[in-house]
Ligand binder design. Sequence first.
Ligand SMILES: Cc1ncc(C[n+]2csc(CCOP(=O)(O)OP(=O)(O)O)c2C)c(N)n1
Length: 325
Amino acid sequence: MAIEIPAALTQEQLRAMLRTMLTIRQFDQRALELYREGVMRGSTHPYIGMEAVAVGACAALHPNDRITSTHRGHGHCLAKGGDPRLMMAELLGKATGYCKGKGGSMHIADLEAGILGANGIVGGGIGLAAGAALAAQLAGRDDVTVCFFGDGALNQGILHESANLAAIWKLPVVFVCENNQYAMSARADKFTSVPDPTVRATAYGFPGVGCDGMDVLAVYRAVADAAARARAGGGPSLIVCVTYRYFGHHVGDPLNYRDKAEVDAWRRRDPIERFEQTLIGRGVLAAADVEQLRGEVAGEIESAVAFAKASPEPELTALMEDVYA
Ligand SMILES: Cc1ncc(C[n+]2csc(CCOP(=O)(O)OP(=O)(O)O)c2C)c(N)n1
């Protein structure tokens, strides 16, 4: 069956979506290398394999819309317009990074781009998203907030509280659950009471839909519908994107809890390869255009790494600046 490309997406937007997916993959591949080289401290949680979720969702948003993110946040940040140079500098703890080198991978925010922050607390972005949506509603603005969270946050109390308030107040928020099958080493189907978490939305009185999280256009469609509904005053929605992380929970995960056959099966549905094939098959891009994009992105990532490496360390005198507690 031919894959339908949504009419609202121009060729330029489709090209940009593929470019961002490639950027996320290459950024996180490079971050893993830098960690293993000992250049990067702290930890990093690779988004590799899940690129369709962040890119499909953010492609459906307006520049003034906001997102909240998770500990696995590089993909969300890049998809919403974060600067790879400032992100890489933050990962390396440099003074030019988004948090002046004090936050690292899990605390990147860019308020001007509508990125309200990665978050080391599982479910920590959920209340912030409901609050941002309430602020927009009270101010009479029409922006929406997309709240990314993992399957591991499905059973956090803050989700219940925020979903209920969002429903009562018809807040313009879209809850996007990234079900990548595992929370650390625990399988989502072992710790969630229902096989399909979308049914939980019914209890709050708002729509819940499932979505192929390895298909960027499917995610785009689901989030575009939910965002339009939220913008028109229709209130929140829940979208559960079924996806997979190719690598371990974090860079040091021994990955002794899942089979190679399982990983290989998901990799055969690779979201970037599928999107490339769709765009080539539909005549949007030629194979040579895709190669050119890969090269462009590789250059951009290397320049981000060079910028980060050449940037100064924070001054000791800045130790207590921007520290709130
Ligand atoms: C409130 C809280 N509990 C536990 C942890 C430890 N922890 C960090 S990540 C994680 C698993 C998160 O899984 P999921 O939400 O599915 O996201 P994924 O890592 O799969 O992207 C846990 C339990 C934490 N950071 N915060």
